[in-house]
Design a protein around this ligand. Structure first.
Ligand code: ADP
Length: 566
């Protein structure tokens, strides 16, 4: 006989409201910085649940959000799933046609929208039949001119602050998020209560991203992207204080909130931290409360981890950095995950045995994507179908299996046949695994560069180039070549003041130290900015379309562009 009650989100809300009624939730909104407690949060969440009932939202209905990170968005995180409806977070940075497709495919009944994003939603909604019956609620006290919408505060005002939360099945869909495929329309991933519950419990472990009642948690990663990596749920389950950085946070906002609110754990994609690092160089702010900075979504360059560690060496650290670190150990933790896995898969904690290793050995492990958190199994499959040895050299495609990994995409049978097999999700990530079990993402299968039948990792080259002091950003793509199939070309954003005549040769010198000659990019091109996807990653597709063509390689490809000729 099964034990206990079902695995749903309700107990997390109950715990925070009853055990930590005075713990704060701080939120930067269009209206300024707002603050209240879990007790008030629980009241407002119940009011929202009552308002949703009154609007006719019933069990199984989908409710969309089109919002940045703030307290009202967080109220939808528990109210919507805990009444049995499904919270569908929509990425407002997607192109209009994707937003239209997503709302139509998910059949959202009601959408919560930020005032600053209402014009964008209105533009996507124009003449789209899927939007005709959708009710809009705008996330402010005052409303918007862009859409016919009820202001949020009016929507919940006068509603009861009690709600009789139902007993739900753990298989009830609780959330939904679309992941941008490389081709075609985005693919929907549904999260059941059980998936979000098990993801929360696993991330609470020391091998995950633990959050306790003395933590102050600020997700910079957007709440429209895989539930801000689940942090609002984990922070609530752990009874931590929440800080939400609001619409389009700039490095100054991020730094200001860390300093003012005493943030201990924050998380975001590498570009967020690159922005903060640059900001820190000219600003004297005290960020010494920080314990962990979680970085994921794309690879964290080793140079970034080193930068965060530099206070120990005290070497060439500028004044502002020393002030920031203030003798406090800030750990940059590298994490890997996917929309399909709610999203956390691995975190790069040091294994016990490595605690005593020298700094460079530790760094080499911390720069990898890490160890799978408890609950996930993986295997790595070579092209011939065999599993690779765990030697840190051989690579293949990563397959994963576990309680918070989806078993299918929403209404996409063709993608399901391709990406799932006997309970395993084929991630499309090409990885190595070392003797200790640390995973390293070598590339996306579609971005790996194939030169003369051998593979070159675009990610490794990018990280190595970005370690150059005179480079701000770099992306490497494979350009078609008659003889070698593809050859690498680097697109580089030089740092201000870089000697642009000398830089390409100096990048090559740097790469020669670690890579065989046939890996070296045949052309190094300057661009102003690397195009990014709606989730802040380098958009290789846009780089290929906008910049790369075969003429870049003319007369530049060496005779020995494969390992044999090396
Ligand atoms: P989207 O492509 O819409 O941003 P996801 O967030 O689901 O969707 O992207 C997941 C992919 O992001 C992974 O399969 C992997 O390729 C990449 N990724 C995530 N975290 C990391 C990381 N720490 N290092 C390298 N790649 C990462």
């Amino acid at each position: 006989m099964p034990g206990g009650t079902d695995q749903t989100l309700r107990p997390f809300l109950w715990r925070a409201a009853n055990l930590y009624p005075d713990t704060e939730i701080v939120s930067r909104t269009h209206e300024g910085v707002e603050l209240y407690t879990y007790a008030e949060y629980a009241d407002r969440t119940a009011q929202l649940a009552n308002a949703l009932d009154a609007s006719g939202i019933a069990e199984g209905d989908r409710v969309g959000t089109f919002c940045w990170n703030h307290h009202r968005h967080f109220e939808t995180y528990f109210a919507v799933p805990t009444i049995g409806a499904q919270l569908h977070t929509i990425n407002p940075l997607l192109p209009d046609e994707h937003i239209r497709y997503i709302v139509e495919n998910a059949e959202d009944e009601l959408i919560f929208v930020d005032d600053s994003l209402a014009p964008k939603l209105a533009s996507a909604a124009a003449e789209a039949p899927a939007f005709e019956d959708v009710e809009f609620v705008v996330m402010s006290g005052s409303g918007t001119d862009a859409l016919e919408a009820t202001p949020y505060e009016a929507f919940i005002a006068d509603r009861e602050t009690e709600y009789d939360w139902p007993t739900l099945s753990e298989d009830q869909p609780a959330g939904m998020c679309y992941t941008s495929g490389t081709t075609g329309n985005p693919k929907g991933v549904e999260y059941t209560h059980q998936m979000l519950w098990s993801h929360t419990m696993a991330t609470l472990t020391p091998q995950g991203i633990p959050m306790a009642d003395d933590d102050v948690v600020m997700p910079v990663v957007p709440m429209f992207h895989v539930n801000a990596w689940g942090m609002p749920f984990t922070a609530t389950a752990g009874g931590a204080k929440h800080v939400y950085p609001g619409p389009s946070p700039e490095p100054a906002d991020v730094a200001g909130l860390i300093e003012d609110e005493g943030v201990t754990i924050t998380a975001g994609v590498p570009t967020v931290w690159l922005g903060l690092m640059e900001y820190m160089e000219d600003h004297d702010v005290d960020l010494s409360t920080l314990d962990s900075v979680i970085v994921g979504g794309s690879a964290a360059p080793e140079s970034m981890i080193r930068w965060f560690d530099d206070h120990d060496g005290g070497s060439a650290a500028p004044e502002s950095m020393i002030r920031w670190f203030d003798d406090h150990d800030v750990e940059l933790l590298h994490a890997w995950g996917m929309t399909e896995m709610s999203p956390i898969g691995s975190v790069s904690h040091l294994k016990g045995g490595l605690e005593e290793a020298d700094y460079e050995t530790q760094l080499a492990h911390r720069a990898k994507q890490g160890l799978m958190v408890p609950g996930i199994e993986f295997r790595v499959i070579e092209e011939d179908g065999d599993e690779i040895p765990w030697d840190g050299e051989a690579f293949g495609e990563l397959w994963v299996r576990g309680p918070w990994i989806t078993q299918e995409y929403f209404e996409r049978p063709e993608a399901n046949r391709e990406d799932f097999e006997e309970g395993w999700l084929k991630t499309g990530d090409v990885v190595t695994v070392d003797e200790e079990g640390y995973l390293q993402i070598v590339d996306r299968a579609k971005d790996v560069i194939k030169s003369g039948g051998e593979w070159i990792s675009s990610v490794e080259l990018e990280n190595a180039i970005m370690a150059h002091d005179d480079v701000t950003e770099a992306a490497v793509v494979g350009v078609p070549h008659d003889r070698w199939q593809e050859r690498p070309v680097a697109f580089v954003v030089p740092a201000a003041g870089a000697d642009e005549d000398r830089l390409p040769e100096s990048i090559r010198e740097l790469l020669r130290e670690d890579y065989p000659t046939w890996w070296l990019p045949d052309a190094i091109e300057y661009i102003e900015e690397i195009p990014k996807t709606a989730t802040g990653k380098f958009s290789k597709k846009d780089i290929r379309e906008a910049y790369s063509d075969e003429s870049l390689l003319e007369g530049r490809v060496p005779e020995e562009a494969a390992p044999d000729g090396d």
